[in-house]
Design a protein around this ligand. Structure first.
Ligand SMILES: NC(=O)c1ccc[n+]([C@@H]2O[C@H](COP(=O)([O-])OP(=O)(O)OC[C@H]3O[C@@H](n4cnc5c(N)ncnc54)[C@H](O)[C@@H]3O)[C@@H](O)[C@H]2O)c1
Ligand SMILES: [Fe+2]
Length: 390
């Protein structure tokens, strides 16, 4: 077997209603030397005002924590948002950071845990890049409220650095001490966000399974199980948000997909989706859905066998040659995104045909991701994929 590493978080708890005992769970990761017990919840204004976090707040107080909150996270968080959260953590002198929310809140919390560590000399720009510094951090807990990014189990945080530019931090210090998957927190997720984030998670599983680099038996197992959970529960969770079993399956599936792509990275779907988010501020999951079937058709010649293997996961009754099963899988994914009402074409998102050259040029900047694609993607290829998606 080809040697491979596997990285994930230290401890995971999957428990409906588990945020009611978050205080005890969080205490368990703090050493006895930690006496001050000041906890910072990093979240966004909507979640902070929704009442959803009340059981967690109460539980933290019951366990003896003073609870502080940074509620200024915005989608695709900017450097200014990150700096504001770090400043608050430093001025309160917190000794525990909890990210509670979607991928945006989790990403900010991860960075805060590094930069608010007392005595650290690190500043935000030092962290950009892949393992650019040896960072350490405050104790860190991740509680996702969307079932999508898998950020709770990745060593990645994405920061918006300009009008249309993002920078990635990849650092093993961002792997949390504790992840809590409490599906009760996802019950109120609106159908459109359920669909977009769910498709994002499915793309993580598909791209991890076909990644050219670091694909390994564990990431394969996780990707297959993730795809099975996500594909059989997306429509249920979308149609009936209060279906707690479907919500829990989605949350678990998204986390497993996150563990898969943490160890077998995503590729051209994400590379071509990022410019749609950066330039047109289209939500991450919607951008993925727009390019997914077109990138899959492009990749078909390079990984039909792998797509055929995944076809048997999502369509157990599928028959025929590898090519036929591969085509059934691509058609199924396109159909799934259509049935959740996600936009199907770039033109549906107010993107003009003459924007394609700029999008293709921007996608070429994502070499960190493109190099993982099973088939090399040239500028002309990117243009043709966007054209097909238009
Ligand atoms: N770190 C990683 O590995 C990784 C991977 C992919 C994407 N990302 C980042 O994650 C972000 C996207 O995350 P996201 O898709 O989870 O969206 P998000 O965190 O931006 O949240 C989207 C919206 O959903 C709302 N919301 C969240 N939970 C809710 C709930 N339970 N009920 C009702 N509304 C709820 C939020 O208030 C917000 O308005 C982007 O910044 C992206 O760059 C990170
Ligand atoms: Fe993603």
């Amino acid at each position: 077997m080809t040697p491979f590493p596997f990285n994930t978080v230290r401890r995971t708890v999957v428990e409906q209603g588990g945020s009611q005992r978050l205080g005890d769970l969080a205490s368990s990761i703090l050493g006895p030397a930690s006496q001050t017990r000041k906890a910072l919840i990093v979240t966004d204004a909507f979640l902070a005002g929704s009442g959803l976090l009340n059981p967690a707040r109460q539980s933290l107080r019951d366990a003896g924590f003073s609870v502080f909150e940074f509620t200024g996270v915005l989608p695709d968080p900017s450097e200014a948002v990150v700096q504001a959260a770090v400043s608050q953590a430093q001025s309160e002198g917190v000794d525990l950071v909890l990210g509670m929310g979607g991928g945006s809140s989790l990403d900010v919390a991860k960075i805060v845990a590094c930069l608010a560590l007392p005595g650290t000399a690190l500043k935000l720009p030092d962290l950009y890049g892949v393992e650019s510094v040896r960072a350490t951090r405050l104790p860190l807990v991740m509680v996702p409220t969307t079932a999508g990014t898998g950020s709770e189990v990745t060593s990645i945080a994405i920061v918006t650095t300009g009008e249309s530019t993002k920078a990635g931090i990849v650092n093993t210090a961002l792997l949390a001490d504790l992840v809590l998957l409490d599906a009760q927190l996802t019950i109120g997720l609106p159908p459109a966000v359920t669909a977009a984030t769910g498709v994002d998670a499915m793309v993580h599983a598909i791209e991890a399974y076909t990644s050219l680099h670091r694909k390994n038996p564990l990431s394969d197992m996780l990707a297959r199980q993730a795809l099975q959970l996500l594909s059989s529960n997306l429509l249920r969770a979308h149609a009936n948000g209060t279906d707690a079993a479907a919500r829990e399956a989605m949350l678990l599936g998204a986390m497993l997909a996150g563990q898969a792509f943490e160890n077998s990275p995503v590729a051209a779907v994400h590379a071509l989706a990022y410019p749609l988010g950066g330039i047109y501020h289209i939500a991450h999951g919607v951008s993925n859905a727009l390019v997914l079937p077109h990138v899959m058709r492009f990749n078909r010649s390079a990984c039909a066998n792998l797509y055929a293997e995944l076809a048997t996961v999502v369509l157990p009754a599928v028959q025929g040659s590898a090519e036929a099963r591969c085509d059934a899988f691509i058609a199924h994914m396109a159909d799934l995104t259509a049935r959740t009402g996600l936009p199907q074409r770039l033109r549906d998102c107010d993107i003009a045909a003459d924007a394609i050259d700029a999008l293709a040029a921007a996608a070429m900047g994502q070499q960190r991701l493109l190099k993982n694609n099973p088939r090399p993607v040239s500028l002309d290829d990117a243009r043709a994929i966007y054209q097909a998606a238009w």
